[in-house]
Design a protein around this ligand. Structure first.
Ligand code: C2E
Ligand code: CA
Ligand code: CA
Ligand code: CA
Length: 278
């Protein structure tokens, strides 16, 4: 019996080390991809729900492997976070996104907002404010058109640090959105103290709209909360016209989702913008 147990333990540790090995390999590949400029950004439109015209976009990272296969960000962002690589990748994302905002301005779209995802591990880095400032300055973008998306879990984690850092960052003119709102547990009192501009309703809640009688309840609560606090509210993951109409009826200001446009390469975004009425 003893022998058998030992065997089982060995299988278990083998499985474990296999998983660790795979993660290690993926991280190595990610480092290499980053160095070889195999990472790029796609841009997903955001629209005003009343006029249904473009007001901005979210920058979303992509990794295309040498064999043409795409690795979704949900598979590699947490690896980058755990290894600290996210600090460099995140800085690169900010730099590219800021440059693209400036490019859009030159192309005749000076007011479109560029939303950039920021990880906790990146935000926590002592040089983060400096990296942001440098990206803003070097690109010549309009800082008031740059929005940082931070998650609600970040809003929970480091209260005082977050409060102070946000206030300092906002002196540059940027705006801040709380991403995936409703999936964490931020206290309302705390939310009121944070200098954020926008709440982004998680797509998990948007998905329920129209699915059941009570499907719109959480979006409705978030929209009311946002309106009471004087914040803008944007919904993500809008796939259907009925969802957009319901959100608009509930007082939601903006939306993003496949119904309006998928994440696209920059050149396609420019084409798409050209087809939209001003
Ligand atoms: P997120 O910030 O919540 O981004 C929205 C995700 O929803 C994107 O997935 C987008 O492609 C997807 N999406 C948009 N509209 C729809 C829709 O109508 N239906 C459905 N089913 N999905 C929709 P993506 O691009 O795979 O990104 C996944 C996550 O990876 C993001 O979630 C974000 O947390 C993270 N991420 C992406 N880019 C970056 C980045 O540059 N930096 C950091 N730190 N995280 C990033
Ligand atoms: Ca986001
Ligand atoms: Ca989100
Ligand atoms: Ca999400």
């Amino acid at each position: 019996a003893k022998e058998r147990n030992r065997g089982e333990i060995n299988y278990f540790t083998l499985d474990m080390s296999k998983e660790i090995q795979e993660k290690h390999n993926l991280l190595q590949a990610l480092r290499k991809a980053f160095d070889n400029e195999r990472l790029f950004l796609m841009y997903q439109p955001q629209v005003d729900l009343v006029t249904r015209s473009p007001i901005g976009m979210e920058a979303l990272i992509r990794w295309k492997k040498d064999n043409g296969e795409f690795v979704p960000p949900d598979r590699f962002i947490h690896l980058a976070e755990n290894s600290g690589l996210i600090v460099s990748i995140g800085e690169w994302v900010m730099r590219v996104a800021c440059h693209k905002q400036a490019e859009l301005a030159r192309a005749g779209y000076p007011h479109l907002r560029m939303a950039i995802n920021i990880s906790v591990a990146q935000f926590r880095h002592p040089r983060f404010p400096f990296m942001l400032k440098r990206a803003l300055d070097d690109s010549g973008c309009d800082p008031t058109c740059i929005e940082l998306e931070i998650t609600e879990s970040m809003a929970m984690l480091e209260a005082d640090y977050l409060l102070l850092t946000l206030e300092k960052l906002k002196e540059t003119g940027i705006t801040v959105a709380i991403d995936d709102f409703g999936t964490g547990f931020s206290s309302l009192a705390y939310l009121q103290r944070l200098s954020v501009d926008r709440l982004k309703i998680d797509r998990g809640f948007v998905k329920e709209i129209g699915e059941s009688e009570r499907g719109a309840q959480i979006p409705e609560m978030v929209i009311q909360l946002g309106n009471n606090l004087g914040l803008k509210v944007i919904a993500e993951g809008v796939e259907k016209l009925a969802q957009a109409d319901m959100l608009q009826k509930l007082g939601c200001h903006e939306a993003q989702g496949y119904y309006f446009g998928r994440p696209m390469e920059f050149s396609n975004l420019l084409d798409w913008l050209g087809t939209q009425s001003p």
